[in-house]
Design a protein around this ligand. Structure first.
Ligand code: GRG
Length: 322
C-alpha cells in the first residue's frame, strides 16, 4: 500500500518509545522482542483498515491504535513463552530464557499496561474493546490448555479456541483502525469481520506450518504443538482417519524420536491438504467480506495480504492441484 513503509516506520518509533520505563532494566526487557523484529501485521492491518476511508490520512491516533494492538500481541507472546518454557522467539532467545519467568511475566504485564494507557487515550470505545480482547485471548488460551493431550479434541473446540487466542486480536486491530480512522459504522463492522476471518486463516496456516515447516523456516522449533499436547486441525483430522499408530503416540508426552514420527504420520495423511483447504476457505470468506468497501487501494492490499497467506504454503493445496 502506498505510504505503508513510512507509516510502519512511525509505528516502530512509537513502539520503542511506548515501552520506555524509568527503570533501565525494565526498558531493556520490555524492548527485547520489539528489537528482535516480527512482521507487525496487526498494526499494518489497523492502518490499512483506517485507510479504507477514501481520501484518509494516517493520523497519529491511527498509528497509536496499531501500537496498542501490537503491545497486546507482544504481552501475549511474553506470557505464552513462559507457559511453554520456550527458548526461542523471533529467532532470538526468549525473554524467559534470558531473564527468567518472573521478569518475563512482569515485563509482559508492563506491555499490557502501556497498551491500556494508549487505548484509554483513544477513547472509551477503544479502551473497552482492547480490554475485552485481552479477555478473549485468555479465554482462547485457557480452552487450549484444557484440551491439552486430548486425542478426542473436536474441530469445534479447536476453532473456538483459535477464534479467541488469535482471530480476536486481528479483528480488533481492524476494528480499532476503522473506529479511530472515522469510518462509517457499517464499514467498521465489515472490517471487524474481515479481521476475524483473516485471523482464523492465519492460525490454521500457523498450525499447518508447525507440522510441515522446518525450524529454520519458523525461527523456532517445529513440532512444538505436538510436544505441548496441542492437537491442531491437521492433527485432529489425521487422528480421525488414523490406523492407530498416531493415536498410540499421542495422548501423553512424546518420547525421544516420537515427535518426528508423529509429524511424519500427520504429513502422510490427507489431513494437511484438507487443512490447507480450510485455511483457504477462511481466507476467501475474508476477501469476500470486503466487497461492500469497494475496490480502493487499502482494501485491495488487505485482500492481497490475505491471499498471500494461503498462496505461499510449502504444501500442495487441493484447490490448486485438482
Ligand atoms: C496476556 C494478552 C495476554 C494473553 C494471555 C498467553 C495468552 C493469554 C495468549 C497467547 C495467545 C497466542 C500466543 C496466540 C498465538 C498467536 C500467534 C499466531 C502468534 C504469532 O503471530 P505472528 O506470526 O508473530 O504475527 P510475529 O512475531 O510476526 O509478530
Amino acid at each position: 500500500m502506498p505510504g505503508m513503509g513510512h507509516d510502519m516506520e512511525r509505528v516502530e518509533k512509537a513502539l520503542r518509545e511506548s515501552v520506555r520505563a524509568d527503570d533501565e532494566f525494565l526498558t531493556e526487557v520490555a524492548s527485547h522482542l520489539i528489537k528482535a523484529g516480527g512482521k507487525r501485521l496487526r498494526p499494518a492491518f489497523a492502518i490499512a483498515a483506517a485507510a479504507s476511508r477514501p481520501g484518509s490520512q494516517t493520523t497519529d491516533d491511527v498509528i497509536m491504535g496499531g501500537v496498542a494492538v501490537e503491545l497486546v500481541h507482544l504481552g501475549s507472546l511474553y506470557h505464552d513463552d513462559v507457559m511453554d518454557e520456550a527458548e526461542m522467539r523471533r529467532t532470538v532467545e526468549s525473554v524467559n530464557a534470558r531473564w527468567g519467568n518472573l521478569r518475563a511475566i512482569l515485563a509482559g504485564d508492563f506491555l499490557l499496561a502501556r497498551a491500556s494507557e494508549i487505548a484509554a487515550g483513544l477513547g472509551t470505545e477503544v479502551a473497552g474493546l482492547l480490554a475485552s480482547t485481552i479477555g478473549r485471548l485468555c479465554e482462547g488460551q485457557v480452552r487450549e490448555l484444557q484440551s491439552a493431550f486430548q486425542v478426542d479434541r473436536s474441530e469445534t473446540a479447536y476453532l473456538t479456541s483459535i477464534e479467541g487466542k488469535t482471530a480476536s486480536l486481528f479483528s480488533s486491530a481492524c476494528r480499532i483502525g476503522a473506529i479511530v480512522g472515522g469510518l462509517p459504522r457499517a464499514d467498521v463492522d465489515t472490517l471487524t469481520e474481515f479481521g476475524r476471518l483473516f485471523g482464523m486463516a492465519f492460525q490454521v496456516v500457523d498450525d499447518i506450518l508447525d507440522v510441515v515447516a522446518t525450524d529454520e523456516q519458523l525461527g523456532k522449533p517445529a513440532g512444538h504443538d505436538l510436544v505441548e499436547g496441542v492437537y491442531t486441525l491437521p492433527v485432529i483430522r489425521a487422528l480421525a482417519t488414523d490406523d492407530g499408530e498416531l493415536r498410540g503416540l499421542l495422548g501423553h508426552p512424546l518420547g525421544p524420536g516420537e515427535m518426528e514420527r508423529a509429524r511424519a504420520l500427520v504429513r502422510a495423511n490427507g489431513a494437511v491438504a484438507g487443512s490447507v483447504r480450510t485455511a483457504r476457505d477462511f481466507a476467501e470468506q475474508a476477501v469476500a467480506t470486503l466487497a461492500p468497501l469497494g475496490d480502493g487501494t487499502a482494501t485491495g492490499s488487505l485482500a492481497a495480504a490475505t491471499l498471500h497467506l494461503v498462496d505461499h504454503l510449502p504444501v500442495a493445496d487441493p484447490a490448486t492441484t485438482r
